[in-house]
Design a binder for this molecule. Sequence first.
Ligand code: PAF
Length: 277
Amino acid sequence: MVTVVRTPQELADARGASTVALVPTMGALHDGHVQLMKHARPLADTLVASIFVNPTQFAPGEDFDTYPRTFEADLERCDEAGVDVVFAPEIETMYPNGLDGGIGIEPGPLGTILEGASRPTHFAGVLRVVAKLFGLVRPDVGVFGEKDYQQLVLIRQMASELRLGVDVVGCPTVREADGLALSSRNQYLSDAERQQATALSRALRAGAAAGDQGAEAVLAAAHAVLDDAPGVDLDYLALTSPDLGDPVPGHDARLLTAARVGTTRLIDNVSLTLGGA
Ligand code: PAF
C-alpha cells in the first residue's frame, strides 16, 4: 500500500538509506505515467512519485487553476504501478520564499527555442521545481517521459551541469490506438477536437517514414499532413538532433511539433533516422 508523505521530514523517514527512483508528476495520472512508474520500479529499492501542480511553470492565463486534480484516483494508480511513497508537498514547502522570491534556475539557450519560444517562463519553472524535488527526494534515478522531450533534454542537462548526482532516464511516449500521445490535457478536448488532434501523430509518422530521404523530405511529409488539417493551428514543426541542435544526415534525429486544437495546446515528437551522409 502506497504511503503518502507531505513534509521533508516524513519524506526523509520514508526514504531511509535505500536507493531511490523518482517519477515527478503533476497528478491527473494516466497510462503514460503508469508506464513511467513501471519503468522506474526495477531501477531502485524505493520508488517515489511526487504529485505537485507546480505554479511557476504556468504563465498567467494558462491552465494552472483548471489543471485536473484527481488525487484519490492518482493514489490508486500509484499503488497499482508499485509506487512505495507518494510525496505530495504543500506549496509552502516547495516555495518557502513565495513564487517570485528565492533562487531560480536559468535554462540557458535550449530553454528559449520550441516550447520556450511560445512559453518563455515555462522551463525556468520546470527546472526550479525539479531541482527542489531532486534536493528533497535525493533520488539516484529520475524518470521522465519523452512526450515532453525538450523538458527531458533540459532536465538531463541541468542534472549533468549542476552535478546533481541523479541519473535522468527517458521513457517512450504512450499513445492511444489511433496514435494520439497520452496527456493530462487531452481531457480538455471535445470529441471533434479529439479526432482533429490525431493530425499531430499522423504528421510525425509521415515525417519519420520519409527519414531516409533526408531532412527536407521529412519536413515536407509532416507539413503535408499538418498544414491542411482541420482545426489544427500549428505553432511549430522542427527537425533537430537528439540534443535539440541541428539535425545531422546519417544520424538519429527528433521531429517535434506543437499545435493548438481548439483552446488546447498539444505537443508531440518522434525519433527517426535521417538518410544521407
Ligand atoms: O512533466 C510534468 O508533469 C512536469 O513538468 C514536472 C516534470 C512534474 C515538473 O512539474
